[in-house]
Design a protein around this ligand. Structure first.
Ligand code: GRF
Length: 196
């Protein structure tokens, strides 16, 4: 049975594009919705160009009422009926109530070698720590931020002249390889981590 995948974005959506493009042929999943918290997110136009249904729930009118914002997300998701949610550059923190409702069915990509550097500014933190290696991680989303079971990682060597920008730029293409590889396995019921 083909798995239905909703992809949540906040910005350019390059990971969303990589995921969407991977879901064809004998892939066990198909994209059914691209959902953003920002109506101006560049990734929405990219999704439309890929003929994927889109929706936006602007988080700003909800202020600090995360539950109300997430209620609107759930309503959009209810229409699309996804089996799996992929967070891909989605920059809103989700409440434990929301994550509990998608337990075991929601993935995220984070630009660090978790469990190192949960949260923001991961590239700058890896450089400040003098790490020889950096990378990205796809993990199952749980109530704790950037903390769920790891489903895949990709590694890069840190160069002496690296900046947060050069690290991010070298890492992004690897994210575009890792996330689709993890989704394909996950959608087929295989949770064996992908290591690139
Ligand atoms: C990526 O670096 C990803 O690791 C992080 O958000 C950034 C932008 O992703 N979660 P995208 O181009 O919007 O997919």
């Amino acid at each position: 049975m083909t798995k239905r995948v909703a992809i949540l974005i906040s910005g350019g959506g390059s990971n969303m594009v990589a995921l969407a493009r991977s879901m064809q042929g004998d892939h066990p999943a198909r994209p059914v919705l691209v959902l953003s918290n920002d109506p101006e997110a560049g990734g929405l136009a990219k999704a439309r160009a890929l003929s994927i249904p889109t929706f936006a729930v602007d988080h700003r009118p909800f202020g600090k009422d995360r539950a109300a914002f997430e209620g609107a997300l759930q309503s959009a998701l209810g229409t699309a009926r996804p089996d799996i949610i992929c967070l891909a550059g989605f920059m809103r923190i989700l409440t434990p109530d929301f994550t509990a409702g998608w337990d075991g069915r929601m993935l995220n990509i984070h630009p660090s070698l978790l469990p190192k550097y949960k949260g923001l500014h991961t590239h700058a933190r890896a450089l400040a720590a003098g790490d020889a290696e950096h990378g990205c991680t796809v993990h199952e989303v749980t109530a704790a931020l950037d903390d769920g079971p790891i489903l895949g990682q990709a590694r890069i060597k840190v160069q002496p002249d690296d900046t947060p920008g050069t690290l991010a730029a070298r890492l992004l293409p690897l994210e575009h390889q890792l996330y689709p590889a993890v989704l394909r396995r996950f959608a087929s019921g295989d949770r064996t981590p992908v290591m690139l």
